[in-house]
Structures are given as C-alpha cells and as structure tokens.
Design a protein around this ligand. Sequence first.
Ligand SMILES: NC(=O)c1ccc[n+]([C@@H]2O[C@H](COP(=O)([O-])OP(=O)(O)OC[C@H]3O[C@@H](n4cnc5c(N)ncnc54)[C@H](O)[C@@H]3O)[C@@H](O)[C@H]2O)c1
Length: 370
Amino acid sequence: MTQNKNQHGTRSFDWSGKSVLVTGGASFIGSHVVDRLVERGARHVRVVDDLSSGTVDNIKGHIDSGVVELVRADLLAPGATDEACRGIDYVFHLAAIHGGRGYVEMHDAECGRNLVMDGLMVKSAIDANVDKFVFASSGCVYPNYIQQDISKELYLTEEMVGPPYDSDHMYGWAKLMGELALQSWHRQIGLRSVSCRLFTVYGERGVENHAVIAMIARAFIDQNPFEVWGDGTQIRNWTYVGDIADGMVAAAESDVVDGTPINLGTMERTRVIDAVHEVLRYTNKKADIKFLTNMPTGPLNRVASNQRAKDLIGWSPQMKFFDGLHRTIDWYFSTKEPEVVRGYFGRMLTERGESKPEPAGAAKASGKRS
Ligand SMILES: NC(=O)c1ccc[n+]([C@@H]2O[C@H](COP(=O)([O-])OP(=O)(O)OC[C@H]3O[C@@H](n4cnc5c(N)ncnc54)[C@H](O)[C@@H]3O)[C@@H](O)[C@H]2O)c1
C-alpha cells in the first residue's frame, strides 16, 4: 500500500533484527499485518494459526520467500502458546474465535473461549520476556447501551469503556478482559503492551461473514431480492484493512507501552442501506431490497473517534470508504466464481468457515473447538 507512506516515512524503527509473532497471521487482517511488517523490514515473522478461518494462501508469498515461518497449531492446546512465544521479541495477537455479526451473536460460548486463549498468550509472552504485546481488540468492547440512538452524531472515545460495562456479547467481553489484563500486567510487572480497538474492517481477503463482503457477494451472485439484515439504518465506520494494518504496526512502534487502548477506525459515518446502494450502483446490478428485521444487527450507531490514534501513534486512516469499497469489489469480482460462492454463502453468514463446524458431540469428545 502506498497511501500511508508519509506516516511511515516519519517513523524509524528497525524490524530487521526482531523476531515477530503474529497469532492468527493467516487471517484476513493478520495477513495484512504480516504484509506491513515485511514492508517495514521484518525478516523473521512466525505465524501461528490453526487455519480454522485463516488460509495459507493469504501469506503464501512470504512463506515462499522464507520470511514467514508458518506453524499450524491450536493455541488452546496445552503448551502451544509457550511454543509460539519462544524466542519472540514482538507479539501481535490476532488469533480469536470470531466470525461476523451472525456468528458472534449465535456462538457466545465459543467466543468465550477467547478468554482462555488470550490469558494463555499473555502468560506465555510474559514467561518469554517479550519486548511488547500488541493486542487486536475490538469496537465490541464499547457499551451497547450508548450505541442505540441513530439520531446522535456519536463518536466513541476510548474512555467510554468503563462502569457500567456493557460489551457486545461474550466476544466483546473477552476482548475487554484481554485489554484489562494487559493493563494490570503493566502495573504489576511492567509488561509493555498496547491494545488496538479495530472497527468493522473490510478489504481484500475479507470473507462473507462480515457485512461489506456479504453485500458484495449478494451482488456478485445476483441475489434478488437482495437481503439486508435490519432496516438498513444502522450506522458503521467501515475501515479499510490496509489502514488497520498500518495502525497496528504504528502502535507496536510507538512509545505506548502501558496497555492503553487505541481506536483504529475511520470517523466516516455510513448507513448500511447507503453502502448497499453503492454496491449495486458500482456493480451495475438491479435488485429489490428485502429487509430482514429479525436478523442480528448489532449496535445501531457505532463510529469511532480516532483522535487518540492521531495524538499517540500518529495514525489516521487514509482510505475513504467508497474508494476502499470499489477496490474491494474489484478484487472480489476478479477472484471469485459465482457458483462456488452460491454454494457456501448462506452458511458463512452465521458460521466461521465454509465447511465447519464438526458436530457438537465430536468437538466435545476431542476437546477441540469446532
Ligand atoms: N474483522 C473485523 O472487523 C474485526 C474487528 C475487530 C477486531 N477484529 C479482530 O481481528 C483479529 C483478526 O480477525 P479477522 O477478521 O482477520 O479474521 P478471523 O477472526 O477469522 O481471524 C482469526 C484468526 O485466528 C485463527 N485462529 C482461531 N482460533 C485459533 C486457535 N485456537 N489457534 C490458532 N489460531 C486460531 C484463525 O484461523 C484466523 O486466522 C481477530 O482477533 C478479531 O477478533 C476483527
């Protein structure tokens, strides 16, 4: 990506001698973080991923060039986080049991397992004496009750996360606990960390369980009527994945070390229905729109303030939403096959992957998650 050259140009940080761990590095966002680290000079990046939703293809070029060492492992398995952190200087922790809105609302127990994964990762990072821990947190830590009035021009600022906490499902609570644990460990033993609160990320390599890629997929497979979850008035600040990767790397390079949470999100306010109309216009498709008001929508009004990111890590998003949307549509239409997408699309809206999970009984017996 070239759009953040100026931001990068002003920072000097030598990644070449650092050993970097990216958990979940084969994921949509994780793979872009790996790209950015390599662009910034990293020469040893260990990706640990169980490939439950990430794919080798996302990082294949870096594996082939020898910069990325891919370890396929379940971080919930005994000893896996210790192995992952061995010899590591910088940790980017993105592995998570996570899907789109449908998954997060319908799989509270599964998402709750992130509490364990994050706890193990932090413990192993401390034991390995890492230089810094960068945590992929989420806009889902913000209290639901302040995000329901669409008539308000609300920009979520970091300190709005506080008592009475009201995070977004177990997924959001786990992210919040991860943040609070990192802050506590800084106070107690000086662990250096930063939490990046990512907001509704979209872009190349995204998958259909998230709203923007789902909209693009509906246009791609000529869905008619074109389904929209909710009444379309929900407001989001969709943020381009290249900007997110830049922000996470900037946070790592910054002198923020006390676990301070930093929003990474645009301040552009876009209604779901306006994004849908733009997808149909740009793809030159015509369809009737059907609102599914009984499907999960999440909070109705979720937009970040990114002032703290500007102040503390010198980051601000460079990509305007419609520009990034067009780019993502171009990527999607040039890399997918309609028949293949039709085959898995419905399942992706509420699950994590195309062919998962295993039956509940089998998952329980093996002790492995589905
Ligand atoms: N996509 C978004 O809009 C968004 C917003 C906020 C935060 N995040 C966070 O960013 C991170 C990356 O999300 P994403 O959207 O790229 O895709 P994702 O949520 O699918 O990425 C998770 C990655 O972790 C891996 N993983 C899951 N369980 C694992 C385990 N037990 N052991 C090892 N690896 C495991 C998956 O294979 C995948 O590569 C996640 O932590 C997610 O919570 C994403």
